[in-house]
Design a protein around this ligand. Structure first.
Ligand code: MUC
Ligand code: MG
Length: 367
């Protein structure tokens, strides 16, 4: 069960439909596949999606920090020493996606070693999550057409609409068009990726007050401390902190400071070990949790599914698990399938996926 080697492999898979949102856009999944090798021949796998516009990480930076700092710090430890791994990774500031991929690859290797699914090892609450689909910026008619396709093809009935554009009416019109098209058939919430000011957010939320929104997420910057508290105080729906809560300490500050009332847990950002801490904290604070998506490929989506299905609190709401649908291809031998609005986790040992060696060969960019 000893860690013998860690690989960090860059790969690039283009998106058929790029995702556009207030803080950036993604056209190609330039991710890093992290593999943790052990002395018994078991290999654990996870992926790190760099999001420079949110966390400052780049594909090259992830590879460098894994190869030069993380791998030397953890080779020789066993798969059971996950808290020692976490403490050693924590000596380096930032780098959330790189740390998370190393952590989840270790859990994958441990599950494979023990013959147990990671979702069961973490909590085993359920075998499925309802799926929420993210609608990126486009013309209103196109966003409605995309939602129609998701309802018809996959049975998805929860949509997160990206907002944060100017003028504010551009986005509120889309949300209104969606509600008018689907009525009570769908759940709707909005994510601003810090695109609006607190005052613009308040105006937009007032404009949408009759649209039965489930949540509002990160509409304005948490750095505008008083403005955000002022906004959150007047909302009648939970306000989700996403990129403003990359660590459990940030969750504590945002929630106790009353500048958020719910959180997004992203396994791409906090792996399994820290996501578990965040989950327990959210449970103790009594706040809603949504499983978020860092524009993950299928490897990352399988990770979010394993974690989200492990606990009652993380499986209560639909999880954001469908961004991979917009990619032109992926790495798995058996692609994830959304059926009747749900993703079901695999019962295979580990996180529950296999990487297809031919696909990895085709998409890796280091050969
Ligand atoms: C989200 O929920 O914000 C967009 C940027 C990012 O880091 O994640 C996505 C989705
Ligand atoms: Mg978000």
């Amino acid at each position: 069960m000893k860690i013998t080697r860690v690989d960090a492999i860059p790969f690039a898979i283009p998106y058929v439909k790029p995702l556009r949102f207030a803080s950036g856009e993604v056209h190609v999944a330039n991710h890093v596949l992290v593999r943790v090798h052990t002395d018994t021949g078991v290999v654990g796998v996870a992926e790190a999606p760099p999001r420079p516009f949110t966390y400052g990480e780049t594909q090259d930076g992830i590879i460098t920090v894994v190869n030069t700092i993380f791998a030397p710090a953890i080779v020789g430890l066993t798969l059971l020493e996950r808290e020692v791994v976490a403490a050693r990774l924590a000596r380096t500031i930032g780098n959330p996606a790189a740390k998370s991929a190393v952590d989840m690859a270790i859990w994958d290797a441990l599950g494979k070693t023990l013959g147990l699914p990671v979702g069961d090892m973490l909590g085993g609450f359920t075998d499925r999550l309802r799926v929420s689909h993210m609608l990126g910026f486009a013309e209103p008619a196109k966003m409605v057409a995309e939602a129609e396709k998701m309802v018809e093809t996959y049975g998805i009935r929860t949509f997160k609409v990206k907002v944060g554009r100017h003028p504010v009416g551009l986005d509120t019109a889309v949300v209104r068009a969606l509600r008018e098209r689907f009525g009570a058939e769908i759940e709707l919430y909005v994510d601003g990726n810090r695109g609006w000011t607190a005052a613009e957010s308040a105006r937009a939320m007032k404009e949408m007050s009759d649209l039965d929104l489930l949540f509002a997420e990160e509409l304005c910057d948490a750095a505008d401390v008083m403005g955000r508290r002022w906004l959150v105080e007047q909302l009648d729906v939970p306000f989700i902190a996403d990129e403003s809560v990359p660590t459990p300490a940030d969750v504590t500050r945002e929630i106790l400071g009353r500048s958020a009332t719910a959180i997004s847990i992203k396994t791409a950002r906090t792996g399994f070990t820290t996501s578990r801490r965040t989950h327990h904290l959210a449970e103790g604070l009594g706040i809603p949790v949504v499983m978020g998506n860092q524009i993950d490929g299928q490897v990352g989506t399988a990770c979010a599914l394993a974690f989200g299905s492990a606990f009652e609190l993380t499986s209560r709401y639909a999880g954001e698990l469908s961004n991979f649908l917009d990619m032109s291809d992926d790495l798995l031998t058996e692609p994830l399938q959304i059926r009747d609005g749900h993703l079901y986790r695999s019962t295979a040992p580990g996180i529950g996926f296999e990487v297809d060696p031919e696909k990895l060969e085709r998409y890796r960019t280091d050969n």
